[in-house]
Design a protein around this ligand. Structure first.
Ligand code: AMP
Ligand code: MG
Length: 293
């Protein structure tokens, strides 16, 4: 397999094109077609799709995709035309932070921003639920990664009955229209639901309890949330079937195996960015014959 590295050979642009069509995971089985009912209990969180290489080969392919992503992001930034919004949702311990860390490893922080959505502040609560979200979408040339998102407003809000059903159930429609507006105005949107099993969550919570370096992530509230596991799975299922659209598709990422999760998310990002036909812009002035003394 050809895997040109950044800075090797004929410069950035030729490397970018040399990579087109190089291997990655077949992502289509993980895409949620608009309107499909989703029963998460029927989707195996330990699946590794059609990839039969195992962890070591998976990590190696992921590293190659990571190099491609680095270069694509640099081009996106230099060109300053496209915008990419990446939405991550998952249960507690689902791996949102780990995915961001490993998928975007080495990507130039200039041009990539992460927005984490926590419990709304009183000021945020005094506004409509999209108010705090809209100001954090990407600008031209940027990638914005949402660690949780406006989808909390049909997830935690639904499970804990923070507003009545008549109100949250209208939000699927608002959200689709909001994302349509962003897409019409030039934003590419990708949404990933990281799907882990209840057993895997138990192990990850236990690891947080046992490991001093992970304890800061443990919250007793996570144990209460775990008791609502089935309600959350139902809420995630509705979210996926009602808000996967042609302009802002959801992918269900089997995420018990971290290596496969990272590989699949990277594959979707790389194939989507490659489909944009990104190019480094020309110099803004005529540089023919310029010599540097
Ligand atoms: P963490 O991601 O572990 O820092 O936790 C953030 C917490 O904020 C989670 O418990 C979320 O459910 C909660 N959260 C995020 N957005 C909202 C929202 N719109 N309404 C209520 N809780 C939220
Ligand atoms: Mg947490």
């Amino acid at each position: 397999m050809v895997s040109p590295r950044i800075g090797s050979g004929g410069g950035h642009l030729s490397s970018l094109q040399a990579w087109y069509g190089e291997p990655m995971i077949d992502t289509t089985p993980f895409l949620v077609p608009p309107g499909t009912p989703i029963d998460l209990s029927m989707i195996d969180p330990r699946s590794t799709g059609s990839f039969d290489g195992g962890k070591k080969a998976g990590r190696k392919l992921h590293d190659e995709l990571n190099d491609r992503l680095e270069l694509l992001q640099e081009t996106l930034y230099a060109q300053g035309r496209h915008r990419l919004l990446v939405v991550l949702q998952a249960t507690d311990t689902g791996g949102k932070d780990g995915t961001i860390r490993s998928v975007f490893d080495g990507v130039n922080p200039q041009g990539v921003k992460v927005a984490s959505f926590k419990k709304p502040t009183p000021e945020e609560l005094a506004h409509d639920y999209l108010w705090r979200v809209h100001e954090r979408v990407p600008g031209s040339g940027e990638i914005a990664i949402f660690n949780r998102s406006h989808y909390e407003d049909v997830l935690v809000v639904r499970v804990h009955e923070l507003v009545e059903e008549a109100r949250w159930s209208r939000r699927y429609h608002h959200i689709n229209e909001f994302e349509k507006m962003l897409a019409d105005e030039g934003t590419t949107i990708l949404k990933f639901f990281l799907h882990i099993s209840k057993d895997e969550q138990k192990e990850r919570l236990q690891a947080r309890l046992d490991d001093q370096a992970k304890r800061w992530k443990f919250s007793l509230g996570d144990l209460d949330e775990r008791e609502h596991w089935d309600d959350y799975q139902a809420a995630f299922g509705d979210m996926l079937s009602k808000t996967s659209t042609d302009w802002a598709p959801w992918y269900v990422i089997p995420a018990d195996h971290k290596w496969f999760r990272d590989l699949l998310v990277s594959s979707v990002l790389v194939e989507t960015l490659e489909s944009l036909g990104l190019q480094f812009p020309d110099a803004t002035e005529d540089l023919t014959g310029v010599e540097i003394e």
